[in-house]
Design a protein around this ligand. Structure first.
Ligand SMILES: [Zn+2]
Length: 330
């Protein structure tokens, strides 16, 4: 067994991300610090399901789902070969966003995604989802709850804390709304958050897969400009990869997609601002976050209609303000 498999198996056996999250959540529910909204019996079933869930490509069921959908819808051999031999581990290492390792002797492609960025992206998806709920048909009380939810999710993201008291309180109001109006308020919100999160994760892993695709892991780009160009190319690949996922997973008759899905691809870059020194300055081998955001924006312009593009920009800017992303140097 080579290093890739060894490492992968170790990481996967130690963590199944969703299972770990559910176990933590279950513990908090039992201590009265969080609410699940389902019975203890149902919760135990859910945990058991996750415990039995064997993943093929990663230790994160969202990542596995993304790869499966892309594999189903692509006929490009080079991409298929990479995806079929992909091992992605969610690892608890400091300061890691993502790393693509050189291809291993057995032909496998190994990628590591930092659990910190995964968590931040997830919390940020919850912030972003609130914005799109304002377009929904809602009762007056639901609007008020949504305003509180907006604040609670922002605090949660800023503190990088999953379970906060105010978030817990808002969930009670959401459950109240569900009971009062029977209009699936909470479910609609969760659907937005889930779809945004999936698109964000597709971009996050798509970037690292792009490094494999362009051979950056075999022939390392020279430090400086060449590396920076490789990063921007990996972002462009990630954008394309995300839309492949969107088409394969959510295609309907009209091929109509919510703007929240398109804007979801911005999230990994916005969230990585929290772990970099400056969003404006290039690092030795990485263009600044701001430059990379602009690169994604340009890529979106080629994919979307004029109004669709304006919409994604508007939502992205709202999100940047919500999370106090520094838009100007002081
Ligand atoms: Zn990169």
């Amino acid at each position: 067994m080579n290093y890739a498999d060894d490492n992968f198996i170790k990481e996967v056996s130690s963590t199944h991300i969703q299972w770990e999250q559910m176990e933590e959540f279950s513990k908090l529910c039992k201590e009265g610090k969080a609410i699940s909204g389902i019975s203890e019996e149902e919760f135990d079933f859910l945990l058991q399901d996750l415990a039995n869930d064997k993943l093929t490509y990663s230790n994160d069921s969202v990542i596995d789902m993304i790869i499966k959908f892309i594999l189903e819808g692509t006929s490009e051999e080079k991409l298929i070969n990479i995806l079929q031999n992909l091992k992605i581990a969610n690892v608890d290492k400091e300061d890691i966003v993502g790393t693509a390792y050189p291809k291993y002797i057995d032909g496998s492609y190994y990628i590591e995604i930092g659990s910190d960025i995964e968590k931040r992206v997830r919390l940020l998806s919850d912030v972003f989802a609130v914005l799109f709920m304002f377009n929904e048909k809602l009762e007056d009380l639901e609007y008020m709850v949504l305003c509180s939810l907006s604040e609670a999710t922002q605090n949660r993201y800023c503190a990088n804390e999953e379970f906060t008291d105010d978030f817990n309180n808002v969930q009670i109001y959401m459950m109240l709304c569900d009971g009062l109006y029977k209009d699936n308020f909470t479910d609609r919100y969760i659907a937005y958050a889930r779809e945004i999160h999936e698109m964000a994760m597709a971009f996050l892993i798509g970037h690292e897969i792009g490094h494999h695709y362009y051979g950056n892991t075999t022939v390392k780009p020279n430090p400086g400009m060449e590396s920076k160009v490789a990063e921007l190319k990996a972002d462009a690949f990630a954008l394309d990869f995300s839309f492949k996922y969107l088409r394969n997973a959510y295609a309907n008759n009209e091929n109509f997609y919510g703007i929240h899905c398109f804007a979801g691809v911005y999230l990994p870059l916005i969230a990585s601002a929290k772990i970099c020194k400056s969003v404006f300055e290039d690092e030795e081998n990485h263009p600044s976050i701001v430059k990379r955001l602009l690169g994604v924006q340009r890529g979106m312009q080629k994919i979307l209609t004029e109004t669709g593009w304006e919409d994604t920009k508007r939502y992205r800017d709202l999100l940047l303000r919500m999370v106090k992303f520094p838009l100007q140097t002081s």
